[in-house]
Write a protein that binds this ligand. Structure first.
Ligand code: FPP
Length: 243
């Protein structure tokens, strides 16, 4: 690490990113929206490298929500093509870098060829011990909770056994730490159904920068800002956090 990025006092274990603003980035340049998604994809590569360098252990990216299917057909098709290409081209490299890929969201409802690629990528990287990259694709926080509740009922679990820990174990992020920090680009101040259970005590960082322009410097700024926050988890300042 060079002097431009002095070591951080406190690095969040798990960072969630709402990669917003691809469309506006393209429009400002007189380009079609899909050009913004392509630029956003290239940026993801850069941010991923920076996340590894800064010591983030789990990165969850909001790639495609359950609501995004309602976008114009051409844009949805364009995004699906990008995902196919990214998996084919990037997964072998990510595997070499020790990244462990994980899908969050409903695998059902994803076109069969793509869901097959996703399963293969997860299987290929399952024993890696580097950064965990959660790709939220066909993801919605409410749908995730609905699926968890259905599965809890299907498993015959009694109401007395249900508590917050159990629900967490039935979510797509089971076994992972909750996100400490959620970053949203393009200035919006909403969670938009992203990790709504897991982000209960996450710190929120928003920046007017559009996703394709959100680089390593700004990730570093977000992490620095996070390090200055006082996290209370509903307690009073200075009180120890107990489980
Ligand atoms: C939000 O910008 C962005 C998306 C809905 C898609 C995010 C996808 C990528 C960055 C592609 C890379 C991901 C992977 C996993 C390869 P927007 O279209 O809502 O922008 P706008 O608000 O300016 O219209």
């Amino acid at each position: 690490m060079n002097n431009r990025y002095p070591p951080l006092d406190y690095v969040p274990q798990h960072v969630g990113v709402i990669m917003d603003g691809n469309g506006r980035w393209a429009r400002r340049r007189g380009l079609p929206r899909i050009a913004g998604h392509r630029a956003g994809t290239e940026n993801l590569r850069r941010v991923l490298g920076a996340a590894v360098e800064f010591g983030i252990q789990v990165l969850t990216i909001y790639a495609f929500s359950t609501e995004n299917w309602g976008r114009p057909k051409q844009e949805v098709e364009g995004l699906l093509s990008i995902f196919r290409r990214v998996i084919d081209r990037e997964v072998p490299k990510l595997h070499d870098e020790g990244v462990r890929l994980h899908h969050v969201g409903r695998i059902e409802g994803i076109p069969a060829d793509l869901s097959q690629r996703v399963r293969e990528a997860i299987d290929l990287t399952k024993d890696n011990d580097g950064l965990v990259l959660n790709v939220a694709f066909n993801y919605g926080g409410r749908a995730e909770i609905v699926d968890a509740v259905r599965q809890i009922i299907a498993d015959g679990i009694s109401s007395e056994q249900v508590d917050a820990r159990m629900i967490s174990r039935y979510l797509c992020t089971a076994g992972q730490p909750d996100p400490d920090l959620i970053i949203r680009t393009s200035g919006e101040m909403r969670l938009s159904n992203f990790l709504i259970w897991q982000a209960a005590y996450a710190e929120f960082y928003t920046t007017p920068t559009l996703w394709p322009d959100f680089g390593k410097d700004e990730l570093y700024e977000a992490l620095k800002d996070f390090g200055r926050r006082e996290r209370r988890f509903g307690l009073v300042p200075g009180a120890p956090v107990t489980d």
